[in-house]
Design a protein around this ligand. Structure first.
Ligand code: AMP
Ligand code: MG
Length: 460
């Protein structure tokens, strides 16, 4: 390798070393394989090793999909359940099947304001029907029977009285004294709703895992269901790590920055409908972090940390997870994102998110989000993405999946002017992410790229 590098032109070497964000790490020569291979020609290749298919140390990156598949396979609901009224059910995760206590609609009724009669009693051609006294209104049924060949005033939502199976719209009728006239051509059953045409009594209306929406609550109420068995909210502990962190609004010492991740991650967890357990910020001190993780494991179902997830001197999150022996995955091949540490601490899953706010958000959305959905009882989900034309150009290196801060304007997706992972302004500017697959290549304006709105991460 050294000999090959020495043979490279200075400019080629410079190109390999020119990376925008060296603090995120990169692989020397990635994307320049042709030049490297050419420089290496003439060298005798070493013999194949037994472990030739194992990745060399330091580049054993797990593809994002593999990491996601692993999370999907291994995580499951960890929360208990309780009963709540509809008023407290919005956003909660159903824990049991809901069945209709009665049909919707419960009775046949009128879909319009008009006049009801028995279709079979109509003659041929245009019609003149004498009216019977009274009317049927929603909640105030007509308690008599409408004789054949007669019509009754009916209003929207009124149960159809005996003797009525068809309703003519009031706009299609001329009203005389005690009678109505209308043209031929009405169909049997017109403008009525059949009992149970929406849902029958005893039918399953919602399945476990459903995250309840306002419409779901309407659905439950309409079929007479007032209480629901739901999962207890997932409790998510949030910890920021780093000696450099100060609380927004407080005085800073030299070299300090404000903790941006905790407000962001707390708000995100709230948006997902989970309960935030704010464990504050912890200095780069192993004992303090151990105490915080212990508290997280005791008080929460899952722990999100940010910072200290790499393999450096002050990267205590990954060190502790390694020490606990349950470090499952890290070095996932995404940008921004490395390092991401996943592990168990006292049987509680820990997502060791990167410290950079941009990377922290991307990793929280891409990995922690679906994982937390599994843990919450809602089940795994994939955020809905859309293939849309790009309004930008970019050369992408192969090897890892990339997420760009993006937003849609005029049917095209544009990306933030800088990919710097410390640029929080770009996170705030963005309304979603562009996801670029592992393969390298050139994107030119007009090419189709995958855009995932932030809203898609709320519920796929
Ligand atoms: P680390 O992953 O701990 O090496 O942190 C990577 C970068 O993110 C460093 O520049 C940190 O100062 C920064 N960082 C870490 N935690 C936070 C945080 N909570 N808010 C803002 N920046 C942070
Ligand atoms: Mg740190």
């Amino acid at each position: 390798m050294v000999r090959s590098l020495a043979r490279l032109q200075d400019a080629d070497l410079a190109a390999m070393l020119a990376v925008e964000a060296p603090e995120e790490g990169w692989i020397m020569g990635l994307g320049h394989e042709d030049k490297l291979r050419r420089a290496a020609e003439g060298l005798t290749p070493p013999p194949l090793r037994d472990d030739c298919f194992a990745l060399p140390g330091g580049v054993d990156w797990t593809p994002a999909d593999q990491a996601l598949a692993l999370l999907r396979a291994r995580l499951h609901r960890v929360v208990g359940q309780e009963q709540v009224d509809l008023s407290g059910a919005l956003g909660r995760v159903l824990a049991a099947t809901v069945t209709a206590r009665r049909a919707n609609p419960p009775d046949p009724n009128s879909a319009v304001d008009g006049y009801g009669f028995a279709f079979a009693s109509l003659g041929d051609g245009d019609q003149i029907l004498p009216l019977v006294q009274g009317r049927a209104a929603a909640g105030v049924p007509y308690d008599g029977k409408v004789p054949a060949g007669r019509a009754l005033r009916v209003l929207t939502g009124a149960a159809l009285p005996d003797g009525v199976d068809t309703v003519i719209l009031q706009e299609d009728v001329s009203v005389g004294t005690g009678e109505i006239a209308f043209r031929a051509g009405i169909k049997p059953g017109a403008n009525t709703r059949r009992a149970g045409e929406d849902v029958g009594e005893g039918e399953t209306i919602l399945a476990p895992g459903r995250v309840l929406t306002p419409a779901d609550l309407a659905f439950c109420a309409a079929v007479g269901v007032a209480r629901l068995e739901v999962c207890l909210p997932l409790r998510v502990a949030i910890i920021s790590t780093g000696d450099e962190l100060a609380e927004a609004g407080h005085a800073t010492r030299p070299g300090q920055i404000y903790d941006a991740n905790r407000p962001m991650l707390s708000a995100l967890v709230c948006e997902f409908g989970y309960e935030v357990v704010d464990l504050g910020k912890v200095p780069d001190d192993r004992a303090a972090l151990r105490r915080a993780l212990d508290r997280g494991a005791a008080e929460a179902d899952v722990i999100l940390t940010s910072g200290g997830a790499s393999a450096g001197d002050e990267d205590h999150v990954s060190a502790l997870l390694n020490e606990a022996g349950a470090m499952a995955e890290w070095r996932i091949a995404i940008k921004p994102g490395r390092p991401l540490a996943l592990g168990l601490w006292r049987e509680t899953p820990v997502f060791g998110l990167p410290g950079n706010p941009v990377a922290a958000l991307v990793c929280a959305l891409v990995f922690a989000r679906p994982a937390m959905a599994s843990l919450s009882g809602a089940g795994w989900f994939e955020p809905q993405g859309f293939d849309v034309p790009a309004n930008f150009g970019k050369r992408k290196k192969p090897g890892r999946r990339e997420y760009l801060r993006a937003r849609m304007r005029d049917g095209r997706v544009e990306v933030f002017k800088s990919e710097g992972s410390g640029r929080i302004s770009g996170l705030s500017w963005a309304e979603g992410l562009v996801e670029l697959p592992e393969a390298g290549g050139e994107i030119t304006p007009g090419d189709s790229v995958r855009y995932i709105p932030f809203a898609s991460f709320l519920r796929g």
